[in-house]
Design a protein around this ligand. Structure first.
Ligand SMILES: Nc1nc2c(ncn2[C@@H]2O[C@H](COP(=O)(O)OP(=O)(O)OP(=O)(O)O)[C@@H](O)[C@H]2O)c(=O)[nH]1
Ligand SMILES: [Mg+2]
Ligand SMILES: [Zn+2]
Length: 301
């Protein structure tokens, strides 16, 4: 490689003031120091960023010269340019956090990502405990998988969903994100933590976002777990837009811009009553709508 050659690469890891950028040609990621002007950017550098790197003579190190424009970015987990969010939720230990699943879905869809839902730890609970959850998300139109890193159930399906795209795993600590990725690709060797018996939560074992190359093509990001997620300040009507199951029925509403809450002749409310929209989904929609309304109120006060 010629000294000083500029190549395009993808940031796969950031730690200790350095970042690692994958040239995508099978070579190891290049360890980079960012140029001063890149460091001063308000938007910073994120895992998932496409960047221009000028190589040092040794091919293993370089200088991050420029961050190319982002297609999208999630604040939590902090990652850019993903195609798909994989919402990870354990059926037990810790027990499912449906509110968090909803929030992650809303954020991901709002950023223009595809989304699917993966239930983990199927070996820890009888099917009857979580069948309603699978039904809710499958019914809403999301690819929904049931998996176990322990028994290998659903792992080939996860591989298939990841193939050829860039995905980000998102969900609470202890849900089994790292364990499932280890099952998908044992070579990753990701550290797994236990779940505290006393508080029933994970121990925040994964500390940084890392983008891992898949066999074939594509990447998947393992990320630190979290349980609190504020929805971004989208406009109220935009929320209904990121609920595919609600959007589908909204055409029949009397008012354009109907928020499907207190308005008369609302086709969405009718669809809920008729069992065409899952009431759990609608309930979460209204909770998030109220939250958004409150956020707007606070902002303009
Ligand atoms: N029985 C069972 N345990 C699992 C399964 N998947 C993960 N676990 C266990 O759950 C615990 C948490 O798994 P992790 O993979 O570390 O969870 P995580 O989502 O990566 O958590 P953070 O990195 O903290 O966000 C570990 O003790 C795993 O062994 C599973 O399918 N079945
Ligand atoms: Mg982890
Ligand atoms: Zn309506």
């Amino acid at each position: 490689m010629i000294m000083g050659a500029r190549i395009k690469a993808k940031v796969v890891r950031i730690a200790g003031g350095l970042c690692w950028a994958d040239p995508g040609d099978g070579r190891e990621p290049i360890q980079c120091l960012a140029r001063g002007k890149v460091k001063k950017r308000a938007e910073g550098v994120m895992v998932g960023d496409e960047v221009m790197v000028s190589l040092a003579g040794d091919d293993a190190t370089g200088v991050l010269e420029e961050v190319l424009p982002r297609r999208n970015q999630l604040a939590r987990p902090a990652v850019a340019n993903c195609d798909q969010a994989v919402v990870v939720c354990s059926v037990s230990q810790p027990s499912p956090n449906v509110s968090l699943v909803e929030r992650i879905l809303v954020q991901a869809l709002y950023q223009g990502l595809q989304a699917c839902v993966v239930f983990t730890k199927a070996d820890l609970a009888p099917e009857s405990d979580y069948a309603h959850l699978v039904e809710t998300y499958r019914g809403a139109g999301f690819t929904t998988l049931v998996t176990s890193a322990r028994t290998g159930r659903g792992v080939p399906e996860v591989r298939k969903v990841l193939q050829g795209v860039t995905s980000v795993f998102a969900g609470p600590s202890g849900a089994g994100k790292s364990a499932l990725l280890n099952a998908v690709h044992p070579g990753y060797g990701l550290v797994e933590g236990d779940v505290s018996r006393k508080i029933g939560r994970g121990r925040h074992t994964t500390r940084e976002v890392r983008l891992l190359p898949l066999d074939g093509s594509g990447y998947v990001a393992d990320t630190p777990g979290f349980s609190v997620l504020d929805i971004s300040t989208m406009e109220l009507p935009e929320l209904a837009q990121v609920y595919p199951d609600i959007r589908r029925h909204a055409e029949g509403c009397r008012f354009t811009g109907c928020l499907h809450q207190a308005e008369p002749d609302c086709a969405v409310k009718k669809a809920v009553e008729e069992g065409l929209i899952n009431p759990v989904r609608y309930e979460h929609y209204t909770v998030l709508l109220d939250e958004l309304r409150q956020m707007h109120r606070d902002r303009y006060r």
